[in-house]
Design a binder for this molecule. Structure first.
Ligand SMILES: *Cc1c(COP(=O)(O)O)cnc(C)c1O
Length: 444
């Protein structure tokens, strides 16, 4: 054990398993009643502003992406009952989940097939709107489908959008930006899958590859972008717009549950499980959910054991001053969407009073869970997204339920499936092969 590890364990004995890259569920003692939380970094009104902006953009989204006509240009996903999966994991992991288990299918979000279609697209449309308004090419009262015209494409062609990505953020930013006519450069970390790079190039996006980790790709991308006054950098480490794009999910989910006649109240709480990389997506969604459901929603993040940066940042209060590698945690994981060593500069600070806990899960189990979901529900989601089952399979979740005087049968559980639809057939088959091998040997 190195000095840093020893000091840390002395101060935070509950992090011992994290440092050993073993699975755990950390419970947040600092979760606060919603009404007592005061923070002004991101005023909640901005969630509604974001939803209103999406409404203005709906005609454009329909014009540019006809597959969204059936939802009137709203980029939203289904919510499915997956109680066969619940029964399977209850049995295999020997945990008692007796409430309903639902899957939030962001894996099938239109345009980019991952949760990044929320934040990534939002930040780009907001930037495009700002540019067009400033240059008198658009009024807020216009039908925004005019943005899908050759004149506007030519105008946006004078600007470049850049982003650092482990894959899915690059896909979202790349596809929407290219569609609007922007030049796009995506700075990809070593974790990014080949097919994601190929897909982006097929959309005319310039992909720059780095042999280094995500933080480094972001830093280099930011430097490159800063050199060009007509370049805009989507900054996953600091972006409030990304966060807001994700946060809209809260009010959308509320409507969706009402439509399904699923009651959420003091006696029927909602438990939501969110895979976490740098924190923007799960953080923004948690922020929106707490605004929509107050104290009746309990949000848990889940990270790979080898890249548990948000856990280290929030549990120690050091946030982006932590890097998992400093504590001997490798940062290397197959879960490319979650392969982040250092958490966001602001998300942990905002979500700390909202968050119920953070779980970790090892890579092998992600594949096994992927296979269980295929077997029991015939649904494919990518391994990163299977982290959404990481907290529910931890026995100690039950202690949290008991401590909070909750009746477990009255909980509605939602696993947030953050990605999968764009994974090509051959990559899916590779994942399945790997799952089979792991299942043949593994002792869970
Ligand atoms: C990006 C991503 C996440 C997590 O989002 P962050 O903003 O990085 O925390 C989760 N799942 C998938 C599939 C992703 O691509």
């Amino acid at each position: 054990m190195n000095d840093k590890q020893e000091v840390l364990i002395k101060k935070y004995p509950e992090l011992e398993r994290a440092i050993k890259s073993e699975e755990m569920l950390w419970i947040n003692k600092n979760r606060k009643p919603y009404s007592t939380i005061k923070q002004d970094t991101v005023p909640v009104e901005m969630i509604f502003e974001a939803e209103t902006r999406w409404k203005r953009f709906a005609p454009y989204i329909m014009a540019a992406f006809p597959e969204t006509v059936k939802t009137n240009g709203v980029i939203e996903s289904d919510l499915l009952d997956i109680n066969n999966m619940r029964n399977k994991i209850s049995k295999e992991f020997n945990v008692n989940i007796d409430g309903n288990l639902l899957l939030k299918m962001d894996s099938q979000l239109p345009i980019s097939g991952s949760v990044k279609a929320r934040g990534g697209l939002y930040e780009v449309v907001k930037y495009a709107e700002t540019l067009a308004l400033e240059n008198n090419l658009l009024k807020e009262t216009d039908d925004y489908s005019i943005l899908n015209s050759p004149e506007l494409h030519e105008f946006f062609g004078n600007y470049t959008i850049q982003v650092g990505s482990t894959g899915n953020l690059g896909l979202s930013i790349g596809i929407i930006s290219a569609k609007l006519g922007f030049k796009v450069i995506v700075h990809m970390s070593s974790d990014a899958k080949e097919w994601k790079k190929a897909k982006l190039r097929s959309h005319g996006v310039e992909v720059i590859e780095y042999a280094t980790d995500y933080c480094e790709a972001v830093e280099r991308g930011r430097e490159e972008s800063d050199k060009n006054p007509h370049s805009y950098f989507v900054d996953d480490e600091q972006s409030v717009d990304l966060f807001l794009g994700y946060s809209v999910a809260g009010l959308r989910l509320k409507r969706q549950l009402e439509e399904k006649n699923i009651v959420v109240d003091d006696d029927h709480p909602l438990f939501v499980y969110l895979p976490c990389g740098i924190g923007g997506a799960p953080g923004g969604i948690t922020f929106g959910l707490r605004d929509a459901f107050g104290d009746n929603v309990h949000c848990f993040f889940t990270e790979p054991t080898n890249a548990c940066c948000m856990l280290m940042g929030v549990a120690t209060g050091l946030h982006d001053e932590t890097n998992v590698v400093d504590y001997g945690i490798s940062g290397v994981t197959d879960a490319d969407g979650l392969a982040v060593n250092r958490p966001s500069a602001f998300v942990g600070k905002i979500v700390e009073p909202h968050l119920s806990g953070i779980g970790t899960i090892n890579d092998d189990k992600l594949y096994v869970l992927m296979d269980y979901l295929l077997e029991t529900q015939d649904i494919f989601i990518e391994p990163s997204a299977c982290a959404s089952f990481g907290a529910i399979i931890q026995e100690s979740l039950n202690d949290y339920i008991i401590e909070n005087n909750i009746k477990s049968k009255d909980i509605t559980h939602i696993a947030w499936a953050t990605g999968g639809d764009m994974v090509p057939e051959d990559a899916r088959n590779e994942y399945k092969e790997k799952a089979k091998k792991i299942r043949a040997n593994i002792v869970l």
